[in-house]
Design a protein around this ligand. Structure first.
Ligand code: AHG
Ligand code: MN
Ligand code: MN
Length: 304
């Protein structure tokens, strides 16, 4: 029997508003997928608050998610990697959830036709600063690859759905676990090995131990690989030129850390759980070590 995302949320007794919000995000992801298949791949001519050039597709995806979430009546405020400020929902459209997102993670990979994703964190809150990832009531990521898949947790385990030919997200893998011994490594920011001897030693260790490299340049597909194989590690360390690394706490690391912990894995900044880090600024970054628990602990020893 086919189990839709909506039915899965219902069967998991996820409350009404959160269920509708998650389904709304899933529906909107289909528009994003359509836009990336057919749309303009050029630059928008603007840059985001990280000084990164925005693609027309980054701006468009952000706008589509903002419009749809505002009109859902389930949200209080929105924050996204592609917006400098929090977007406050007008009082007459307010619900109870703060939604934070990276509308298109890995957008520079689109013209190379590699997999990319969207990432969402959901808090029951009317503000964002001062929260920590642990307070998320749900998080999810959508992977736009040869198939479009969605992985969510509402703190009820981690579950994968695949978009079928008639536009429904159908359950494909329930209770995903990352509990096996790692055999794969996905080392982000390898350029840091030029100056960070400890990271260089860690990468060396993986190579000497004959781990298999699986690195795409997109965090979402790289993390998805770990979920699908049930093991692996993804890292994105800091170094002199980027003292907090590159990846964003609010939009990338915290939502994915919640998924990883719900699957039995581990996610830290090298010392501290990602989910324990307080959000002090929308554009806050953090180094990240995430995946199979033992492997992340091993990485922490190397870089300590
Ligand atoms: P975004 O496209 O949202 O700016 O982020 C891409 C991220 C992530 O997906 C990936 O792991 C990382 O950037 C790759 O970083 P490098 O540019 O250092 O390779
Ligand atoms: Mn991103
Ligand atoms: Mn992005």
């Amino acid at each position: 029997m086919h189990i839709s995302l909506d039915k899965h949320l219902r069967d998991s007794k996820i409350n009404h508003d959160l269920r509708h919000l998650i389904v709304k995000i899933a529906t909107t992801a289909k528009y994003i997928h359509n836009a990336m298949q057919t749309g303009d791949l050029g630059l928008a001519g603007t840059s985001n608050m990280y000084g990164e050039a925005q693609l027309a597709l980054d701006v468009l995806s952000n706008q589509i998610f903002v419009n749809e979430l505002e009109d859902s009546y389930y949200t209080t405020c929105l924050a996204s990697e592609e917006m400098e400020e929090e977007f406050k929902i007008p009082p007459e459209k307010q619900g109870k959830y703060a939604v934070v997102f990276d509308p298109l993670d890995g957008s520079s990979l689109v013209n190379a036709n590699l997999a990319i994703g969207s990432i969402f964190g959901i808090y029951e809150s009317d503000k964002i600063i001062g929260l920590k990832g642990d307070l998320q009531v749900a998080s999810l990521m959508v992977v736009y690859g040869p198939r479009v898949t969605l992985i969510y947790t509402a703190k009820n385990g981690v579950h994968e759905f695949v978009l079928n030919a008639v536009g429904d997200f159908i359950l494909s893998k329930e209770n995903i676990k990352v509990e096996k011994v790692a055999k794969h490594f996905a080392p982000g920011n390898l350029r840091a090995t030029a100056t960070e001897g400890k990271y260089a030693k860690l990468v060396d260790y993986w190579m000497k131990e004959k781990y298999t490299l699986r690195y795409s340049g997109g965090m979402v597909p790289d993390i998805n690989h770990i979920f699908m194989k049930g093991e692996g590690i993804f890292t994105y360390p800091s170094y002199k030129n980027a003292p907090h690394g590159k990846l964003r706490l609010l939009y990338e690391c915290a939502p994915i850390a919640l998924l990883m912990e719900q699957a039995g894995g581990r996610a830290t900044d090298g010392k501290k759980r990602i989910l324990d880090i307080m959000v002090e600024a929308l554009d806050q970054r953090t180094p990240i070590y995430i995946g199979s628990e033992d492997e992340v602990r091993n990485a922490e020893k190397f870089i300590a």
